[in-house]
Ligand binder design. Structure first.
Ligand code: GAP
Length: 445
């Protein structure tokens, strides 16, 4: 379905993300490297929060799910066995005049006449398959042969370690192996900010099951993916399931549901849920000659089937930013704020002295800040400009609470806590701050 594009909103989000230290262009001082983005101080906190929430929700809360952190570099035979060397390619066309390259299957999105180059109007050459795998020459001898690849998906780390996990943890079916880590894809046309990039973090797990139970587990994880969408603060009404047709499914999948999100540039993929059958383990067993079968309590040996929920971190960050972005008016003044859930917000609370140049307020504010930071590390101290300006600055980075130390504090140990979303203020005992903020983080999960 086509949704209305909102270029202005996208520009506002990209500009806020840069201005406030969430996301910078990769290698910016050298003109930027296409398809790479770097998380700044606030983006790094935000993405750590998302990864921690994901790991808690999908790994630690499920006793049958095991974590993994495997290597980015994997040898060629892995990709030959998995089918990526042959099947992980996009159709590409190159303009004969300006030599720019485009994804043949995306041309309709960027131009009205898909037979001509959208940049210079030149004619296209023949369509070719363009591999998304990044080759690496391992060993330093010049001109040595490609013998490894940066992983195109982190899933292969789970499959090549399947036997190691079986042997060390002795899990019973069904069970999962999960990891969070970098994946690399040589995208022909990286674009739309964090949406299509060449280096990105993936959060995913392979859930191993008996073949006859795959549908039951597919449904179970489908539901949990929706719970995750609520948990992380992605607008449910802007998220939609799409049953992927056979021709559009990856080479390993017998059923895929995409979770699509209404980004300002259109409705596009956010997450994927795939039934990978026994494709990968079977192929690795054939190619490596290592027995990758599971033995059940009755002594039957077989290759388990796999359900795979897959989540791109960058697309999560983008969908969370879009879902949280708000503009309103307070006291006749316009403001922009990010309505992050407290659990996701990069800064949970900011502590201010009411006035910068009053040493007794500074000392007390520093003391409150230090004590609170011991218990809740994502706390900021701010004494720049007047309190109104500090509120605006914190609103813009999505800080849920601002704590002001004033002259009454010196008398009765109470502070003002101002709520980001309602702009309402309440008076709280200093000793109550830690449980108050922690409770808000927990209950608003
Ligand atoms: N192991 C399965 C797999 O990798 P995928 O649909 O190719 O499946 C999984 O990718 C997720 O990774 C996507 O749902 C999306 O969130 C994210 N993703 C894929 N390509 C991406 C890219 N070029 N830039 C940013 N995120 C990407």
């Amino acid at each position: 379905m086509e949704i209305e594009k909102d270029n202005e909103l996208m520009e506002k989000i990209v500009s806020l993300a840069k201005r406030r230290g969430f996301v910078f262009q990769g290698s910016e001082i050298y003109g930027g490297l296409a398809g790479t983005w770097d998380y700044g101080p606030l983006g790094a906190e935000l993405s750590h929060n998302i990864k921690d929430l994901w790991w808690d929700f999908f790994v630690r809360k499920h006793e049958e799910n095991y974590g993994l952190a495997s290597s980015v570099l994997m040898p060629e035979p892995v990709w030959e066995a998995s089918g990526h060397l042959e099947g992980f390619a996009d159709p590409m066309v190159e303009c004969e005049k300006c030599k720019r390259r485009f994804r043949a299957d995306h041309l309709e999105e960027v131009t009205e006449d898909s037979s001509k180059c959208p940049e210079c109007g030149g004619a296209f050459g023949e369509e070719k398959a363009f591999s998304q795998l990044f080759p690496v020459e391992m060993g330093s001898v010049e001109g040595s042969k490609v013998n490894a690849y940066l992983r195109g998906e982190i899933a292969q780390g789970m499959f090549v370690n399947f036997k190691n996990v079986l042997d060390t943890m002795r899990p019973k079916l069904p069970f999962g192996i999960a990891q969070i880590g970098k994946a690399f894809r040589n995208e022909i046309a990286p674009r739309e900010f964090l949406f299509r990039v060449r280096e990105f973090d993936l959060m995913e797990f392979e859930y191993f099951t008996r073949e006859e139970e795959w549908e039951e587990h597919f449904e179970k994880w489908r539901k949990e993916m929706w719970e995750w969408i609520d948990l992380v603060g992605i607008t449910r009404d802007s998220t939609h399931e799409l049953e992927v047709s056979e021709k559009d499914r990856a080479h390993y999948s017998k059923r895929t549901i995409d979770f699509e999100f209404d980004y300002p540039f259109g409705r596009k993929e956010l997450y994927g849920l795939a039934y990978r059958t026994d494709h990968d383990l079977k192929k690795h067993m054939e190619h490596s000659k290592v027995d990758l079968r599971y033995t059940d309590d009755e002594g039957e040996r077989f290759i388990p089937h796999v359900i795979e929920p897959s989540f791109g971190l960058g697309r999560t960050v983008l969908a969370v930013l879009v879902s949280a972005y708000r503009e309103d008016e307070i006291g006749g003044e316009k403001r922009v704020y990010l309505a992050f859930k407290p659990s996701v917000a990069p800064i949970k609370a900011a502590v201010f002295p009411l006035m910068k140049n009053k040493p007794e307020l500074q000392t007390k504010a520093r003391e409150v800040y230090k004590d609170l930071k011991k218990a809740i590390p994502q706390i900021m101290f701010d004494d720049n400009g007047n309190v109104g300006k500090r509120y605006r600055r914190q609103d813009e980075i999505g800080t849920p609470f601002c704590i002001t130390i004033d002259f009454d504090t010196l008398e009765d140990d109470t502070v003002t806590v101002r709520n980001r979303d309602t702009a309402e203020q309440e008076r709280i005992q200093i000793s109550e701050l830690e449980p108050y903020i922690k409770e808000q983080i927990e209950t608003k999960k």
